[in-house]
Write a protein that binds this ligand. Structure first.
Ligand SMILES: [Zn+2]
Ligand SMILES: [Zn+2]
Length: 153
C-alpha cells in the first residue's frame, strides 16, 4: 500500500510526463492499477482442475485439501472458483467435486489481496441511502452480477 503522499507524488510525476491535468492523471493511474488487479482476478478464476491428486492444485494452493467422500471414499478435488458474494469483493467460493461420484460441496474463501472487483459506496435513487455496489472486473465471471459496461464517464 502506498501512502497518500506517495500517491500524490506519483500523480504529479505523471502530470509532468504527460501534461495531463491532476484529475486525468489520477484517473489514468487508477485505470492502470485496476488493469493489474483485473489480470490477477482473472488468473484466480481461470485454471483447469488438477488431473491427479498428487499434483498441487492449479488454483495456486489457496484452497483446502479435498476431503474424502463419505459415499465412495474417493477424494474431492477443487474444480472451480467464482465470486462468492455480491458486495464483498474479497470473498470467493470454491467448488469441490468428488473424483468418484457426482457429490460436490462449496466452501467460501477470503482472498483479500485478490479481489474479483471493486466495491463502491454509492447514493442510490430517491432514498439517498448509501449502498455498497460492487463492480466486477472485466473477464471475471460472476454467478449473480454482470461485468461492468463502459458508461462514458
Ligand atoms: Zn485449489
Ligand atoms: Zn464420492
Amino acid at each position: 500500500m502506498t501512502t497518500n503522499r506517495g500517491r500524490k507524488d506519483v500523480i504529479r510525476d505523471r502530470m509532468a510526463a504527460t501534461g495531463e491535468s491532476y484529475n486525468v492523471a489520477a484517473r489514468n493511474l487508477k485505470a492502470m492499477k485496476d488493469m493489474g488487479a483485473t489480470r490477477e482476478a482473472v488468473l484466480v478464476q481461470r485454471w483447469s482442475p488438477a488431473d491427479s491428486p498428487d499434483v498441487p492444485c492449479p488454483c495456486g494452493g489457496t484452497c483446502e485439501p479435498g476431503e474424502t467422500c463419505e459415499r465412495c471414499h474417493a477424494t474431492y478435488r477443487h474444480v472451480k472458483r467464482y465470486p462468492g458474494s455480491v458486495t464483498d469483493v474479497g470473498v470467493w467460493a470454491d467448488r469441490y467435486e468428488c473424483r468418484g461420484c457426482p457429490a460436490s460441496y462449496t466452501l467460501t474463501v477470503r482472498l483479500a489481496d485478490r479481489p474479483w472487483g471493486v466495491a463502491e459506496t454509492v447514493i442510490q435513487g430517491g432514498s439517498a441511502e448509501p449502498v455498497v455496489r460492487a463492480r466486477v472486473f472485466p473477464g471475471v465471471l460472476h454467478p449473480l452480477l454482470r461485468p461492468e459496461t463502459p458508461e462514458g464517464d
